[in-house]
Design a protein around this ligand. Structure first.
Ligand SMILES: Nc1nc(=O)c2c([nH]1)NC[C@@H]1CN(c3ccc(C(=O)N[C@@H](CCC(=O)O)C(=O)O)cc3)C=[N+]21
Length: 303
């Protein structure tokens, strides 16, 4: 086998920048109608990784003209008090959509919290009603928010003209933000992929990987996917994020789920950082803009 690097890069940073330009135009049109979209973020506690992500989301908002509403709550907040904060955002007209940054501290019940978000303000697409619509819609348009990371993966492949029709996609990881929902999007008729979901209970993940045309590595375990297990020419999305902080310098390094050497095996791959992360963030903006457009249409119709 050749040791030369051959894989082409799926550049999430550049793709997200292009999508942001389109969103900025839609935001400008909304502003002409007197509507400024606003994204709320709810951060519980002071996890450094979560703080970085939330800061990035607000920077993105500023770039496209979306207002930011930052809610920061103490680590030990009670579930009741957190739900009361969400209720405020549900009724705040300046907040078009919002997210609750995950993971939450252990004493809070994630599903109860996600269910308390008004479904039409669910910028993450993780409310059970929106996930349920995704389950129920095999064909036809979905006008409700879609989960951002799965949508980001699909839009990234689409941007590079990579067709998934009839392709075998192997997903590694069964998390709620990506592993579980992505198969629902990939198996819709418009996309038409076949999906295998591998997780810690899977007997022969390497065997499944060897069959994959496309790999979505989303376990959140550093270097869990070994390039030597993949079919040469596979398309590889490196989604999982592991942050390691150097105790001396305090500097964080990001590691993906795919071990080094992937350039020699894959035909296309998304780096990490610089791949699916920026796409996730742009999809969040897209959900907020779409909600604001729906609210504008409802206002215009006098509903
Ligand atoms: N309610 C909720 N929604 C989420 O979407 C959500 C979440 N909780 N919790 C954590 C995960 C993780 N996630 C990332 C978003 C952007 C980058 C990203 O933009 N990364 C940059 C690098 C950023 C850095 O330097 O840390 C990159 O890949 O180039 C990464 C990871 C969203 N998540």
């Amino acid at each position: 086998m050749s040791t030369e690097a051959t894989a082409q890069k799926l550049d999430g940073k550049a793709t997200a920048a292009a999508l942001k330009q389109e969103l900025a135009i839609r935001v400008a049109a909304l502003k002409e109608q007197g509507i400024t979209p606003g994204l709320g973020t709810v951060l519980v506690g002071a996890d450094p990784a979560s703080q970085t992500y939330v800061t990035g989301k607000h920077r993105d908002c500023a770039e496209v003209g979306i207002n930011s509403i930052q809610v920061e709550l103490p680590e030990d907040i009670s579930q009741e008090d957190l739900l009361a904060e969400l209720e405020k955002l549900n009724h705040d007209d300046a907040c078009t959509g919002y997210i609750v940054q995950l993971p939450l501290p252990k004493h809070l019940d994630t599903n109860t919290v996600l269910e308390a978000i008004a479904p039409e303000k669910d910028a993450d697409g993780l409310h059970p009603m929106n996930l349920g619509r995704l389950v129920a819609t095999v064909n036809g348009e979905i006008t409700t928010p879609l989960p951002c990371t799965p949508k980001g993966c699909i839009d990234l492949l689409d941007h590079y003209g990579l067709d998934l029709n009839g392709k075998h996609v192997v997903v590694v990881g069964r998390g709620v933000t990506i592993g579980r929902p992505i198969g629902l999007l990939l198996t819709r008729k418009q996309i038409n992929a076949t999906v295998t979901l591998c997780h810690t209970g899977t007997k022969d993940t390497a065997g499944h990987l060897a069959q994959a045309d496309v790999v979505v590595a989303a376990a959140g375990v550093k270097h869990v996917v070994d390039p030597k297990d993949l079919k040469p020419g596979a398309v590889v999305l490196d989604v999982g994020v592991t942050r390691e902080v150097d105790p001396e310098t305090g500097k964080a390094t990001i590691h993906g789920d795919v071990a080094p050497g992937i350039e020699d095996v894959a035909s296309w791959y998304s780096p990490n950082p610089g791949g699916v992360g920026p796409m996730t963030r742009v999809e969040l903006l897209a959900n907020v803009v779409q909600s604001a457009e729906q609210q504008a249409r409802a206002l215009a119709a006098g509903v």
